[in-house]
Write a new protein. Structure first.
Ligand code: TPP
Ligand code: TPP
Ligand code: MG
Ligand code: MG
Lengths: 326, 362, 326, 362
């Protein structure tokens, strides 16, 4: 047991899965010699060699497409998109093949692959380096969409993703990458895809979030408890699709109030589906309008203004007060 | 300092062996076993007749849109014939002849084009990938799959088919480059049938040949007469040999012609003349190969007509079981059968809604 | 005034806009000599010539990307994706450039372009030819997303799209293309982007839909009135983004019941945003859970089963009864 | 029928005029006006010093990530110098020298890399497109924009810059093909600086040169010594001439070297040796061009040092106004300023939320 950043935790998962399974193979831009621009794949080339840790040409479509092919052959490729903002060049490979091969062949061909990509803002990066567009993947039937929130669950979810028989898009928060350390057991650990978790017991209001937004949500929850005596349930989705609505709809049935927090643009964003599930399963218990605290319907601005784009504690606290006082 | 021409070998060649007048270049004539020659002809014939049958079924309103292969039998069968059983075929959407050569079931082809996902099932040992409709998008997974085959030291070779139009897609470029960089055992067979729906080859690219595109990746390229079974077979044989011995990919441009409609939704009169079609019908690969076999006395008139009966029967049997399987087909809930290995709970509920809603849906 | 199919109506809009404005230019696969695989661009090549009606090589990314460039120069390109299922190859051009050039250059460069694409099921087509993925575009800041429902509004909205100073993704329903004729005035007519319309006055329940789903929604409304005496408001969104929530939230405040109908997959689909707006603006008036009738969380099946995938009158009627009897 | 080699002219050439020892090939030496030569040197120097200043600002934590141009000044200034004012420059993200040549404001460059969208403003008459970060994705709009320029009979020519890595992207392929098919007046300048972050040129493609990729599109291609101002200038001149006279696009591969880090977030020691960097520093285009001008007696030692002072002052002025503009910068609501020509009502509400939330946000 030792304290790790999310980068180290993901690196640990990759090391152990490659160690345990010779069919796990990594490909992407700068993942080998360079160890990845965030060093997530550091050391893998030395341990497992060029054939299994592949520095590819600069071409997203064939990185994802080749990974699909490797998976069709029975390998377990883990492809990296250097930033989620550049994954769109490969979008058709995910939508048209990764997500459909199983159905197209009636289960004859399957695509057990993972596409890892750093997402989200908060690291003062250039244009296209700070987006949060999980909806593109979550709305695509045949894909699974996972967004861990801390080093430990990043590690255990990546292990599950690599072992999953179906394609998983795996978003990693750049803001969390090096933000803090957490105890991550050296021994193998996995966490099921498609399962959310309750991070905080409250009872007065339900907060639903995931990924980088978990931290401000928890801070807001603490602040609310200290300053207002308001106790919040905080649900960390972890998997965006298939969405586990059991915990947050149950929580909302108890609290009657829910606030959804995400970094993605507001309109047609993830909150919509979460609200839909709340209406379908908790409507009669809702005592006030559901609130959402989100990114805006504008491209992420350059970094001087990105903190104003990304939901922060103040905005979350304000939304909670609004629903409680509605 | 200077101004000098750069030599960018590998060089580019054109190959023709059996020309449209039936003349054979005996120096180049490949030595093919008689039975194999006959099998190749039989497959060409079967594919041609099956194509015709599908067109008439479509005419009767019994089948949806599909892409006929008429005229491209030599490019497909000639190339696929050099593959071993363990090798892999990556079709696009107009490779029925190649798929039939590899043993794809006719009834499944019929099922797919009549809107039954069930037709997508492929016997695993056949090593045929599903049909790929987004143009050029199968080249990346073909490259990746054969990377994996090489990684596993399987000595398997892949052959991926695509059209002249596909060479304009970014995926063609990325996959060719990837395959060359990693020396993947994959043969790229471009069926240049002169048209991408209504867009002629000349509009698709300003390059003199499509084969020369291989040079951009340091990959050998060759252009062959795609209606010449012998030329296609020889070029494909060399390419597969090269791939199997670890020397990486090759691109083969088969110069051929789509003698029929693009798909059953298409009207060629909008964009090309009957004259053009007639000129190409003189180059019909089926006639040309039949004459060749007759000259070699491998094919008597009797044999020819008995073969016709044989394939007719085979096609009729397929049509019969296709009809049977339509009657037996499962209900709409089957649309959920292969979304994931395990269906999420709420998707299960969606599937079960069909049952509740009762007969009209089951 | 004469009766036209949606194909003829769109063709009319293109003819008139090209006639009126020499900067309107069309590009795509088979749009010229062939007149488009659905004949939507029929006759344009003869009238306006090769330079303005461009049969491009088979390459979606450069079709959209080149259209972006033409728009940057001041032309008004109308690009066609032969089917929306093949537009993903160009997705990065829309997300990364069409949607961002105005912001990137502080208004110095703008992208007045339209990308037309047939979408949706119902014409017994092959795989990839029947999808309804408007969310990909509606969730992308900087893009407008329009889906007409009838010949007349298809014509008038396309005119507005071509004249719009910003990029518009324009979905055309293959199911509606030739389904019926409608009076479409010969004289110029336009309809504002970003404005929904009330197609049917009811008062008992609110139906929110758009595109091909308007017809089954209207049939359901008629059936409900005949058989149950239930009168439905039917709102036709027409523009998906920017979403006009004024009419449907107002209607729901009156009826207290709403059903949202779309063909797109259910999870993270358009209904989520519509429900979110209803919660934000009509919550206190809702008398029962909002219902959604949608496509499923599975790829569109081949055509023997597509009718079971696409919402039909029965499913809509059932949903209305459910919310009214809740 | 036969087996024969195909000739796929246009041919491919390599050009070098001013070599690293300062030797000039007088037959090839372009005739460039003295003032222009001096301006070119001044721009190289300004770009180099500005690059250095940005690195130190970054070191002080006053600036975000950016991509230094050190070593590529000749490829950029040599090529851009042949453009007329009405022509168009399409930069990628490492073309500061070319942008400065075209008149981009230094303070705006500083603003962008310190996270202010305001820096994105470009005087319209400069005909410079915004920086493009997704690799290769600007080539399609460059092709489209110059199609429009040709359509409007403007006689404008475009020049688009990209790297060796960009040649692997599908967009490179689609845009090159489109430009060739429609004979668009666009010059493709590939700055082959040997590295795509940590991936060496040899890993990017198996092709012997990058210039030969042009042949895949029936487009002329030429490879030049990219650290040789005269070779770049001559090749670019020919290409622009060809484009302007209606003979379509050309691809120029400038063989150069990224002498600095990929970006300020990069550590070259992970993937390349100091030796390699030292060898290339001998080929430094700035020194080489300075020596050339000195030999020509266009540049005295005094002139050299006065130029240094001049550019230092110019840079300091830019830094001063950059600081000023940061203080004056608008609040966060500015993020909504250019999303659409007209902001939708609910987006207006989002913008106005900042005002309500008060000072912390304004
Ligand atoms: C990415 C993509 N764009 C468009 C289409 C529609 N389409 C189907 S076939 C075809 C032409 C293909 O031409 P070619 O590659 O020469 O193959 P051929 O049809 O001639 O066999 C087009 C445009 C498609 N299926 N996929
Ligand atoms: C589509 C895309 N993928 C990945 C990146 C991340 N990235 C930025 S620069 C770069 C390398 C570019 O190499 P090259 O084209 O040679 O240009 P250079 O950086 O050498 O100037 C990469 C991978 C990106 N910006 N865009
Ligand atoms: Mg073709
Ligand atoms: Mg480079």
């Amino acid at each position: 047991m030792s304290k790790r950043t999310m980068i180290e935790a993901i690196n640990l998962a990759l090391h152990q899965e490659m160690e345990n399974d010779g069919d796990v193979i990594i490909l992407g831009e700068d993942v080998g010699v360079d160890g990845g621009v965030f060093r997530v794949t550091d050391g893998l080339l030395d341990s497992y060699g060029e054939e299994r840790v592949i520095d590819t040409p600069l071409a997203e479509s064939v990185i994802v497409g080749a990974a699909v092919g490797m998976a069709l052959y029975g390998l377990k490729p883990v492809a990296e998109m250097q930033f989620s903002g550049f994954s769109y060049m490969a979008f058709h490979q995910l939508e048209s093949h990764a997500a459909r091969m199983r159905g197209r062949s009636l289960g004859g061909f399957t695509v057990p692959m993972v596409v890892r990509m750093p997402y989200g803002g908060g690291v003062r990066a250039l244009e296209h380096h700070s987006e949060s567009r999980e909806v593109y993947y979550a709305h695509t039937p045949g894909l699974k969409m996972v967004i861990p929130s801390t080093p430990r669950n990043a590690r255990s979810l990546l292990v599950s993703a690599i072992r999953d028989p179906d394609p998983v898009v795996f978003f990693e928060s750049k803001a969390v990458y090096r933000a803090f350390r957490e105890e991550v057991p050296d021994d193998e650990e996995s966490f099921p895809i498609g399962q959310s978790r309750k991070v905080r017991e409250g009872g007065d209001v339900t907060m639903v979030t995931y990924g980088a937004m978990l931290q401000p949500a928890l801070e807001a929850a603490d602040q609310l408890e200290k300053e207002e005596g308001v106790k919040a349930d905080v649900i960390d989705l972890l998997t965006i699709s298939p969405l586990d609505d059991s915990l947050f709809t149950e929580s909302a049935r108890n609290t009657g109030h829910a606030v959804i927090i995400h970094e993605a643009p507001r309109s047609f964003g993830p909150a919509g589906e979460i609200m839909a599930r709340l209406i379908e399963k908790s409507f009669w218990y809702l005592e006030a309008p559901l609130e959402r605290v989100t990114g805006f319907d504008a491209p992420m601005p350059l970094y001087q203004r990105e903190e104003m784009y990304i939901p922060d504690t103040d905005r979350i606290v304000a939304a909670v007060k609004k629903t409680l006082n509605a | 300092m200077a101004r000098e021409t750069i030599d960018i070998a590998p060089s580019l060649e054109y190959l023709s062996i059996l020309d449209e007048d039936g003349e054979v270049d005996s120096d180049l004539e490949p030595d093919i076993d008689d039975d194999l020659l006959k099998d190749m002809y039989r497959c060409m014939l079967l594919s041609r007749r099956f194509d015709e049958r599908m067109l008439s079924l479509h005419g009767e309103g019994r089948m949806g849109t599909f892409a006929p292969i008429k005229g491209q039998e030599a490019s497909q069968v000639g190339a696929a014939a050099v593959l071993q059983e363990k090798d892999w075929l990556f079709p696009s959407f107009r490779e029925m002849a190649a798929e039939i050569w590899r043993g794809k079931k006719l009834e499944n082809i019929l099922l797919v084009y009549t809107g039954y996902n069930e037709g997508g099932e492929i016997p695993p040992e056949k090593h045929i990938l599903p049909v790929c409709i987004p143009v050029g998008s199968h080249l990346p997974y073909a490259a990746g799959m054969m990377y994996a085959a090489k990684f596993k030291k399987s000595e398997e070779v892949g052959m991926v088919f695509f059209g002249d139009g596909a060479t304009s897609e970014g995926d063609f470029h990325e996959a060719m480059n990837f395959a060359a960089v990693f020396q993947v055992p994959l043969v790229f067979v471009c069926q240049n049938n002169q048209w991408a729906i209504s867009v002629p080859r000349s509009r698709q690219s300003r390059s003199k040949t499509l084969a020369q595109k291989a040079l951009a990746y340091g990959m050998p390229g060759i252009q062959v007469d795609g209606n010449d079974m012998l030329a296609v077979y020889s070029a494909a044989g060399e390419a597969v040999e090269r791939a199997r011995s670890g020397d990486g990919p090759t691109m083969i441009e088969c110069v051929t012609y789509r003698m029929s409609v693009h798909t059953t939704a298409d009207d060629p009169r909008k964009y090309r003349s009957e004259d053009e079609e007639e000129q190409w019908s003189e180059k019909d690969p089926l006639d040309r190969f039949r004459n060749y076999l007759q000259k070699k006395e491998l094919l008597s008139d009797e044999k020819i007509s008995s073969l016709e009966e044989e394939v007719e029967k085979q096609i009729q049997d397929a049509v019969d079981s296709w009809e049977k399987r339509q009657e037996e087909a499962a209900g709409p809930a089957a649309m959920f059968d292969h979304v994931f290995a395990q269906l999420p709970s709420y998707t299960k509920e969606q599937r079960d809604s069909f049952k509740e809603e009762g007969s009209s849906h089951e």
